[in-house]
Design a protein around this ligand. Structure first.
Ligand SMILES: [Zn+2]
Length: 218
């Protein structure tokens, strides 16, 4: 078995396998079956370099730490966190660095239910720097409002907001778009449910290669 924290491991991992690792990790998390993350051992294994298989843009919400909810250890995820998982140029740069220069195979945008940023945007909160950040969530609120059947309005904005961030990333980053079109990276959109710990992988643009084997329970 190839050493996990190595360049070779990352080079051989496919985007679809990256998605499976996240999906299986979240299953372990909600079943309370987390892997044993020996932190000292992981410090040892990663001191020469980092080879995270995924880059995840998620909210700063304290209940949504990606290493926890996907049951991953040190050196396995690039975690970009900002209120409302919105996109700006520095975030695009961080994503581009992860996929092009480190070799992460999966790009995920993860929103969550009961998001305080979305709630504040809906209430039109304006204060300090918060005003400008919340403006970036407005298009998702407008989009959700246009739909009549919105009995799940609160969650709907969370979903629309993830879609909006993904669209922004794809339309603003040439690097992401090209690598995605070549099949070098997979793209995922998810919403984490703070009631039960489950991630709804509602958008999966990760193609499975022909004849690709399932990852033996990673
Ligand atoms: Zn949030």
């Amino acid at each position: 078995m190839m050493r996990k924290h190595s360049k070779e491991y990352l080079q051989h991992l496919t985007p679809y396998q990256g998605y499976e690792i996240l999906r299986e990790g979240n299953k372990r998390f909600i079943q309370n079956l987390r892997n044993d993350h020996d932190h000292l051992e992981l410090i040892n294994q990663t001191r020469e370099g980092q080879y995270p298989f995924a880059v995840i843009l998620s909210c700063m919400d304290s209940r949504t730490s990606v290493e926890l909810i996907f049951d991953q250890g040190l050196g396995e995820l690039f975690s970009i966190r900002i209120a409302g998982n919105i996109v700006n140029n520095d975030i695009l740069a961080s994503i581009e660095y992860a996929i092009k220069y480190v070799g992460s195979k999966v790009l995920m945008v993860l929103g969550h239910t009961e998001c305080g940023a979305i709630k504040s945007a809906k209430e039109g909160v304006a204060d300090g720097h918060i005003t400008d950040l919340l403006k970036r969530i407005q298009p998702s609120i407008t989009k959700s409002l246009l739909d009549d059947k919105d009995y799940l309005f609160r969650d709907k904005v969370a979903y629309a907001n993830v879609e909006n961030s993904l669209e922004e990333i794809l339309s603003r980053s040439k690097i992401v778009k090209e690598m995605f079109e070549k099949g070098e990276i997979g793209i995922l959109g998810g919403v984490y449910n703070i009631d039960n710990g489950q991630v709804d992988f509602f958008k999966n643009l990760t193609r499975k290669g022909r004849g690709e084997k399932r990852l033996a329970s990673a």
